[in-house]
Write a protein that binds this ligand. Structure first.
Ligand code: HEC
Ligand code: HEC
Length: 353
């Protein structure tokens, strides 16, 4: 297995240049040409533009020290653990093999255009989208019911696939039957576990300056995704009454500098204009802004439970942390009611509190 640069675009670029008409296509042709591919193991896998940093890092490491050439290592061990049928994952109860094949097909047709074949979020449509399609290879997902730092439940991903993410280009797949949606989620989980395995291998090879032990890395990934470990953290407390008093308590909490300092990012009235609003990037390296509640659009839905989860468990990979230990359950409900109140007012197009 080898990392090769694709060649042969040179003549084509020249023709385009001469013709003049192809001028605009040139940057894309160049991107295509630069993209190396990790060939070898049969994963029906094409590295996209965003995966290039991973492939390049692997190549660079091998260049620095030939003993640390991860390319044959990846070919062999990714195949062992994630190869046809994903037998090891199935054996450890991490993946339902029955869903994987259909999931793979549905993914290739419906998701890879944005999320890419490898799940790195760099599909052909990705460059025009903000927010960017999720890169699944870090194991991080934003809209989950598990504690901070934990992997998502399949049911969390199923919710996203079913409902879509409002205010982003992530569509809803509500028209699919449950088996189809569950299958594609299974394949997303598979891509995510495999991505983590590969990225951890690179990190460990760099840190320890020796080729990592594949069983050790597999155990790390297995532990992170173990069904016994992943627990739904909601609901802590049943919803309190949503009235003017609750909204007002929420507003005060929202603006209390001794507590969560929500206002510092979201602004005093939750309009996404706090003093630090322009300062953030997400864990995938893209600029991100605090939500403007007045737009009336919340990614994971306007329903109370989704908003409670966003505040209690945080939005992983974003600067919006978990506030579960800072506020009591009833206080989180007050914050939810405040956010919903601003959203309702924004929709009516007027009147701030
Ligand atoms: C038109 C582009 C597009 C298509 C097609 C698309 N997605 Fe997405 N998807 C996105 C974007 C953009 C986000 C990130 C939104 C954000 O960060 O707020 C996303 C996020 C996600 C997430 C992450 C949710 C989280 O909690 O972090 C999952 C899972 C997901 N998509 C699965 C899928 C699956 C499965 C398909 C195909 C059935 C699919 N997507 C098709 C654009 C797309
Ligand atoms: C450090 C900055 C920061 C702080 C502090 C912060 N947030 Fe956020 N918040 C964000 C960002 C950024 C997003 C958008 C995340 C995304 O789209 O991935 C967000 C999103 C949200 C959302 C929208 C969830 C959705 O589904 O769209 C709500 C509600 C919210 N925050 C409430 C709060 C509350 C309540 C507090 C205080 C307890 C708070 N935030 C504190 C940065 C912050």
């Amino acid at each position: 297995m080898s990392l090769q640069s694709r060649r042969g675009g040179g003549l084509l670029s020249l023709l385009f240049l001469v013709g003049g008409a192809g001028f605009l296509c040139l940057p894309f042709l160049l991107v295509e040409r630069q993209a190396p591919s990790l060939d070898g193991a049969d994963h029906a896998r094409t590295l996209s533009e965003l995966d290039v940093p991973f492939a390049t890092a692997v190549e660079e490491l091998a260049g620095e020290d030939p003993e640390l050439d991860l390319r044959p290592w990846l070919g062999e061990h990714v195949d062992t653990y994630f190869g046809p049928g994903a037998a090891r994952l199935v054996e450890h109860g991490l993946i339902d093999a029955k869903k994987l094949e259909l999931g793979r097909e549905l993914y290739a047709l419906n998701c890879a255009g944005c999320h890419a074949d490898s799940g790195d979020g760099g599909g052909p449509a990705a460059r025009w989208l903000a927010p960017r399609p999720r890169n699944f290879r870090k194991g991080k997902f934003k809209f989950t019911s598990t504690a901070t730092g934990e992997r998502p439940l399949a049911s969390d991903l199923l919710r996203t696939v079913t409902e879509g993410l409002a205010g982003s280009s992530m569509p809803s797949f509500k028209l699919w039957n449950a088996h189809a949606r569950e299958s594609v989620v299974e394949y997303v989980r598979y891509l995510s576990m495999r991505g983590e395995f590969e990225e951890l291998a690179l990190q460990l090879a760099r840190d320890d300056e020796e080729l990592p032990d594949p069983a050790e890395i597999f155990d790390l990934v297995r532990e992170r995704w173990s069904p016994a470990r992943l627990k739904r953290t909601f609901p802590a407390v049943p919803e309190t009454t949503n009235d003017a008093a609750s909204v007002e308590r929420g507003r005060v909490l929202f603006n209390d500098p001794q507590r969560g300092s929500c206002f510092s990012c979201h602004g005093p009235l939750g309009r996404g204009d706090g003093p630090t609003a322009g300062d953030y990037k997400d864990d995938w390296g893209y600029p991100i802004r605090p939500r403007d509640f007045g737009a009336g659009v919340f990614r994971s839905g306007n329903d109370s439970q989704a908003l409670y989860l966003a505040i209690a468990t945080g939005i992983k990979g974003s600067p919006m942390g978990s506030f579960a230990t800072m506020y009591s359950g009833p206080e989180i409900w007050d914050l939810v009611h405040f956010a919903q109140h601003i959203a309702a007012q924004g929709k009516q197009g007027g009147q701030r509190p």
